[in-house]
Design a binder for this molecule. Structure first.
Ligand code: B12
Ligand code: SF4
Ligand code: SF4
Length: 401
């Protein structure tokens, strides 16, 4: 293990160690070429080390900022601090970036009655695609350097992917915590390959290209950044719509807007994404209408229908009740009369979290004066009495756009 905070990193200089030296015969050039032919956009190499921001990660956990991932991330914290526990004898981490924004940086238009999905989830599940490519690259390396070992990681092991990508020179840490490439913005996935081959490390990008900009911090609708480069996952829409299974906290519902899976706001406002390269990767193209999904259709799905509709998609992760809950909240924030019947049907959903979100949404319709008699009637039929004062005093009114 190398402590990179102590070691001075010199670009392209192999570190001295007793491990398998890997650059004889232009191995890195070949590696780049094979990675590119497999569809990876950029490649950088980091030394295996304690992640340079591991203490910041521990502090983040200790402050309870990991939200629904708290228990999982805390349990694996020791492994994350020492990548050799993931691959014995690991000497290098090959970090790969894959652009995924199929329509560049511009925010898509989402019509009333539709829900907004983060770009990364428009196509097929990236884990499957990138894991297969990482395996192919690992197999190639094992053939090229006989006897060496590799382990591919795409969110599949406790590895500080952004830290190693930063070390590998693939970007700098934006104030929105995204790793940003000055040439390509932040709409990319990371993949890692741990190996016991000792490859020459690239130089980290030490310049902070954010400067005095605070656009992402200002634009976050749930104020999820207690400080630059620190994200509170308890408040982040991405975490609330993807990982969180229970009711969305009352004080955050209005700010979730029409996002139903993930959130891209702190990237959409980033000037470095204005010219984000579009991806023509077939697997990342919107599968059906994923960029904006019909909220009524989502509420109508039963378990089997949900699994059929989203087989192979990242949206499967939210589970049917998570997605239906988010659809109801989006309709509460942006009432849409044609979706009224679906929202009423959701009052009888088998999952309490969906029923509760539907009650909240229809109460918002009453506040906004959208089908108030009908909404009041549907709620009263199920024992929910909404007086004018309790509805009006509950929270700020929704947008009726
Ligand atoms: C947990 C997780 C989440 C959580 C928490 C995100 C977060 N910012 O911490 C939630 C569910 C909210 C989330 C959301 C998203 N995620 Co996510 N997520 C992860 C995961 C699994 C772990 C990240 C983690 O450990 N976070 C804890 C923080 C503390 O660690 P960190 O992100 O590494 O951040 C470091 C820096 O902040 C650093 N640091 C650098 N400078 C400074 C300065 C100071 C002062 C401090 C204090 C710290 C600091 O310290 C931290 C510790 O290493 C990674 C995959 C992986 N294994 O790494 C993907 C990953 C980070 N996610 C990714 C993506 C795409 C997203 C979303 C864009 C999806 C979406 N559109 O909804 C959003 C983006 C939200 C955002 N602004 O970050 C990509 C990011 C690619 C990139 N270009 O950076 C990753 C790498 C997955 C992948 N394989 O591609 N995610
Ligand atoms: S993803 Fe959305 S909610 Fe999360 S920090 Fe960025 S802007 Fe805020
Ligand atoms: S919006 Fe501004 S502050 Fe935020 S990450 Fe981009 S450049 Fe940095």
């Amino acid at each position: 293990m190398v402590d990179v905070m102590q070691e001075k990193l010199v670009p392209g200089t192999p570190r001295q160690s007793g491990r398998r030296e890997g650059d004889a015969g232009g191995l890195v050039a070949e590696l780049r070429s094979v990675a590119s032919s497999l569809g990876f956009g950029r490649l950088g190499i980091a030394p295996v080390a304690r992640p340079p921001h591991h203490d910041a990660f521990r502090t983040w956990l200790a402050r309870g900022l990991a939200g629904p991932m708290q228990e999982w991330l805390a349990r694996h914290e020791p492994l994350r601090g020492d990548p050799t526990l993931l691959l014995e004898g690991a000497a290098s981490v090959i970090m790969l970036a894959t652009d995924h924004a199929t329509r560049g940086g511009a925010a898509p238009v989402v019509e009333p009655g539709q829900g907004r999905v983060a770009r990364y989830a428009w196509g097929d599940d990236y884990h499957d695609l990138l894991r297969a490519r990482a395996n192919d690259l690992g197999v190639w390396l094992e053939r090229r350097v006989p006897g060496c070992r590799t382990r591919g990681v795409v969110d599949s092991a406790p590895l500080a992917e952004r830290d190693f990508a930063w070390l590998a020179g693939l970007g700098w840490f934006g104030k929105n915590t995204m790793l940003i490439d000055p040439r390509a913005g932040s709409y990319f996935f990371l993949t890692a390959i741990l190996t016991d081959v000792d490859l020459p490390a690239d130089a980290p990008l030490v310049t902070d290209h954010c400067g005095t900009c605070t656009a992402c911090l200002d634009a976050c609708p749930t104020q999820a950044f207690p400080a630059p480069r620190v994200l509170d996952a308890n408040r982040c829409i991405s975490s609330l719509t993807i990982e969180h299974r229970g009711a969305v906290p009352d004080d955050l519902r209005a700010s979730v807007g029409d996002w139903i899976f993930g959130c891209d706001i702190c990237q959409e406002v980033c000037p470095w994404n204005r010219h984000a390269p579009g991806s023509d990767e077939p697997a990342f193209q919107p599968r059906q209408a994923e960029a904006s999904l019909s909220l009524a259709d989502l509420l109508a799905l039963d378990e089997a229908g949900f699994r059929r509709r989203f087989k192979g998609s990242p949206l499967l992760r939210a589970k049917r009740h998570g997605l239906a809950r988010s659809a109801a909240i989006a309709l509460g924030n942006r009432p849409h009369p044609p979706a009224f019947a679906s929202l009423v049907a959701a009052l009888d959903d088998m999952e309490p979290v969906v029923r509760e979100a539907a009650v909240w949404a229809l109460t918002r319709w009453i506040v906004a004066g959208v089908m108030p008699q009908e909404a009041r009637g549907a709620l009263a039929a199920r024992g929910h009495i909404v007086s004018s004062t309790s509805a009006a005093g509950s929270r700020p009114g929704p947008s009726t756009a």
